[in-house]
Ligand binder design. Structure first.
Ligand SMILES: Nc1nc2c(ncn2[C@@H]2O[C@H](COP(=O)(O)OP(=O)(O)OP(=O)(O)O)[C@@H](O)[C@H]2O)c(=O)[nH]1
Ligand SMILES: [Mg+2]
Length: 288
């Protein structure tokens, strides 16, 4: 056993998506890697370079409305330092697609100029939209197109196939189902992915996810934990669950707190974006 986690969850359809991406990559000019701004490290596609054959690549941060901008901005700086262009979007609102399209044109300028020199006119840019499940790939496409063409949903695995979507006459986008990697790198990564609904709930015990979220809030955002749940210390998780359950009135017969409802509440509050201003990844854990 290596130091990767032993969480065994890799679904067959992700292997199929990887294969299909490899098959279609030659049609693509540029790749938009969509990542959740709350997990700017855990949501990077692990071995993207193996899939995209050195195609130019832009990182598109989504869910900027939900993240801790101070922390997430440190990652943006880091990636840009490394020469990876970044675009940031809050897709809960309307967006300015030109930010992404202009950046794409900049990155492709050399290639387009060369084609022009040869007398070839290339009007349409083709972009692959790739990323982990539930990151906002299909939502990004809808926002760029300006209508709901791609199906979206707040759970992993909504998009089932590769689909081309034409945007005006100058750009075509290839939506793809979310992918992950056969072995998650470590438990924190797995828990970050589970906390932000990138992996199915059944993969990890729900209680483990809820306890992780509470521990994480206590460590980095104690004021949110207090304000949201009235919890000021986590020395004893029975007390934590009792406090939250009583505050919310999650009581069963005889006034006993319903622990399952507390677990669901914590998970759903993150999932539904009711807790804003949090970033799970930390720059001090960033390597290379
Ligand atoms: N608050 C907020 N929610 C977002 C944002 N972007 C996407 N979402 C929500 O995130 C959920 C997942 O969005 P999708 O576009 O379906 O994600 P996807 O990456 O296509 O997911 P799969 O097809 O399952 O891989 C939806 O409920 C979206 O409304 C954002 O910037 N802010
Ligand atoms: Mg999708």
């Amino acid at each position: 056993m290596d130091n990767k986690t032993n969480i065994n969850w890799y679904p067959g359809h992700m292997a199929k998506t990887r294969r299909q991406i490899k098959e279609n990559i030659s049609l693509v000019d540029i790749v938009y890697e969509v990542i959740d701004a709350r997990i700017p490290m855990s949501s990077r596609v692990d071995d993207l370079s193996a899939l995209i054959n050195n195609k130019p690549h832009i990182l598109v941060f989504t869910k900027y409305d939900l993240c801790d901008k101070n922390e997430t901005d440190k990652f943006i700086e880091k990636y840009e330092e490394k020469g990876i262009p970044v675009i940031v979007y809050d897709l809960s609102k309307n967006i300015n697609p030109s930010l992404l399209i202009n950046k794409s044109n900049d990155l492709l300028k050399e290639k387009l100029d060369k084609l022009r020199e040869k007398g070839l006119k290339k009007d349409t840019i083709r972009a692959l939209v790739v990323g982990i499940p539930n990151a906002g790939k299909s939502t990004l496409i809808n926002k760029i197109v300006g209508k709901n063409i791609a199906i979206t949903g707040n759970k992993p695995g909504v998009t089932k196939n590769l689909n081309w979507v034409r945007v005006g006459k100058n750009i075509e986008l290839l939506d793809s189902p979310g992918i992950l990697w056969p072995r998650l790198n470590n438990e924190t990564e797995a828990l970050n992915l589970a906390s932000t609904t990138a992996i199915k709930e059944e993969v990890l015990p729900k209680e483990r996810i809820a306890v992780y979220i509470i521990e994480f809030l206590f460590k980095y955002y104690p004021e949110i934990l207090n304000e949201k749940y009235g919890v000021t210390n986590i020395d004893d998780f029975d007390d934590v669950y009792e406090t939250i359950g009583k505050k919310r009135g999650f009581l069963m017969k005889g006034g006993v707190v319903d622990y399952d409802r507390v677990t669901d509440l914590v998970i759903n509050d993150i999932k539904q974006g009711k807790i804003k201003g949090i970033t799970f990844d930390r720059i001090e854990n960033y390597e290379s």
